[in-house]
Ligand binder design. Structure first.
Ligand SMILES: C[S@@+](CC[C@H](N)C(=O)[O-])C[C@H]1O[C@@H](n2cnc3c(N)ncnc32)[C@H](O)[C@@H]1O
Length: 253
């Protein structure tokens, strides 16, 4: 379990080089994973909004209304430098709120959002385990590469269940360890030796990129994590492996 103050100051420290290193170390695959995740969130929002329209007996609706998601509010949890938040906003979601415990990461995100002139994003420094939002506020929540850093994952998941509306959608994108033995040995070579070396060289932080592989290796196995989501109140929990299991999408409602 990562200690909260350690995580906060580590991300504050690496914030200026985080984006550059992220894309170098993942060979830009992180962008593809985020795009895939955002597509699923959007598809689900559109489906649930059209279901709501259909179930309203007094409303006539056109095809364009069925495909819109005009009222949706989405929370991007542990948004970091806002790559995930920007991807949600660019996908047309009308209101996106990003929260992160690290002010340094949020400040980098704010600069990017103002350079891109995006105005449907609100970024806040908040701890996911104690959110300031009312119950039943959001239609969907997204956590991209954040949950393995939470000090208390169950507390974070219960908070998300609280702020999500009834049948709200939680999508978690997280790095994972591949199951194939050959891939696993290559993975360990890269992740435990090459990645910490490059990470230290570029960020100047000697702990962050040693912490990263260990936080992935220590993350609960898919079955265990899905059980944790269920214990925290999520239903229809499922998971999908991406890129030979280097990353996983977890979903619950
Ligand atoms: C690897 S970054 C992911 C950033 C972003 N979502 C992305 O896709 O690049 C993980 C983030 O989790 C944040 N974090 C860790 N614990 C947190 C908590 N309890 N509440 C909010 N954010 C937290 C860190 O500050 C960091 O910015």
């Amino acid at each position: 379990m990562a200690e909260k103050n350690f995580v906060r100051s580590m991300f504050d420290n690496i914030a200026p080089t985080y984006d550059k290193l992220n894309h170098i170390l993942s060979l830009n695959i992180d962008k593809i994973w985020r795009r895939k995740a955002v597509k699923r969130i959007v598809k689900n929002l559109k489906n649930s909004e059209s279901e709501n329209l259909k179930s309203s007996q007094f409303l006539r609706f056109s095809n364009s209304q069925i495909l819109s998601f005009s009222n949706s509010q989405v929370l991007d949890v542990a948004c970091g430098t806002a790559d995930s938040t920007i991807a949600l906003a660019k996908a047309g979601i009308p209101s996106v709120t990003g929260i992160d415990i690290s002010e340094g990461m949020i400040n980098v995100g704010r600069e990017k959002i103002s350079a891109l002139k995006i105005n449907n994003i609100n970024l806040k420094v908040e701890d996911c385990e104690n959110l300031s939002f009312d119950d039943n506020t959001f239609d969907a929540a997204f956590i991209a590469f954040g949950i393995r850093n939470f000090e208390d994952k169950k507390k974070g998941l219960r908070e998300l269940k609280r702020v999500l509306k009834d049948n709200g959608h939680l999508l978690i994108l997280e790095l994972s360890v591949p199951q194939n033995k050959i891939l696993l040995s290559l993975y360990k070579l890269y992740f435990l030796n090459i990645l910490p070396f490059i990470g230290k060289k570029i960020s100047g932080d000697d702990k962050a990129y040693t912490y990263l592989p260990h936080s992935v290796i220590n993350f609960p196995k898919p079955k265990e994590f899905m059980q944790m989501m269920e214990e925290c109140g999520f239903k229809n929990v499922k998971q999908k492996a991406l890129t030979f299991g280097l990353c996983r999408i977890y979903e619950g409602f």
